[in-house]
Unconditional design. Sequence first.
Length: 253
Amino acid sequence: MKKIFWKILIVAVVLIVIAAIVGAFFLDSIVKKGVETVGPKITKVSIDLDEIHIGLLTGSAKVKGLVVGNPDGYKAPHAISVGLAEIGVNPFTVLSDKIVVHSIHVESPEITFEGGLSGNNLSAIMDNVDGTAQQGGPVVTNSAGKPKSARKIEVDDFLITGAKVHVILTQLGGKEMTLPLPQIHLTDLGKGGDGLTPTELTRAVFEAIISGTTKAVADAVTKLDVTKGAEQLKQSGQGLLNSAGKGIGNLFK
């Protein structure tokens, strides 16, 4: 009886190891498909991913070529483009109900701000995310096509560095400029509880990106207005001086 038990146990362990190896082999493509499928359901815009490499043993992942599309009505080809993002995850939570991500570092993303401070492509995406959140998130189905609850996520440290914002201001006649964006640092997202749904996590990140971007654009617009006002004042002053000069000249005549 004991021999049969040990044989069954050994076979079970072997099957688990084989399943883990096969799962790791196809995990990259599975996650890539998940991002490109669930992401657009949350943001209502296209999301494309060039490649992702996941190391289950090391608990690390690298994401390359993540592109978030623009809503309808905007001319720029995309809203956000990420060349590289590095992720550190607790590998023991990958198959659990709550995935624990230790860190996410997004390096040098390109962000496009098209429109004005009262309405733009980024705020339109945010409105889409809010709408999805109000509906309880996107509908996720299992292999049998039946709805299933979304897995929760915890992100201990989320950092965006070296970001650039390409600004297209329609309110200033389509004036374009590129601005540096201060680093965006979020911590303890979904920590100490059940975690965040993908929609809630997306909302938290987008909110931080939009807040930082809008402030940078508003500061730049203020400087433009001040510079423009100073130039107008200078021209007005020069005009007054010219008029005064002519008046003095006429007086002497």
